[in-house]
Ligand binder design. Structure first.
Ligand SMILES: [Cu+2]
Length: 92
């Protein structure tokens, strides 16, 4: 029984079968000019696990596709915040 449990744990570590690609739209109200999205995008691109970023300045939003085994929405919001653009979850 103990051995079975150990192999189950190993399976989870070796193959994160529950990991999924997620997409979240963040509201970034602090973007005030056309150059701001570049900063936001650069900040998000440094977050590990992020695969796709689309920043729409007109809507003041950033849509981010990421691997939820490698990062979290909280980490994405922290990244934009550290770059000077606090964000909140708009849609997920
Ligand atoms: Cu700007």
């Amino acid at each position: 029984m103990k051995k079975l449990f150990a192999s189950l744990v190993l399976a989870v570590v070796a193959a994160p079968v529950w990991a999924a690609t997620q997409t979240v739209t963040l509201s970034v109200p602090g973007m005030t000019c056309a150059a701001c999205p570049l900063t936001v995008k650069a900040a998000l691109s440094k977050v590990k696990g992020v695969s796709k970023i689309k920043v729409v300045f007109d809507k003041r939003e950033a849509t981010v596709t990421f691997d939820d085994a490698k990062t979290t929405i909280q980490a994405l919001m922290k990244a934009t915040g550290n770059a000077g653009y606090p964000s909140t979850v708009k849609d997920r």
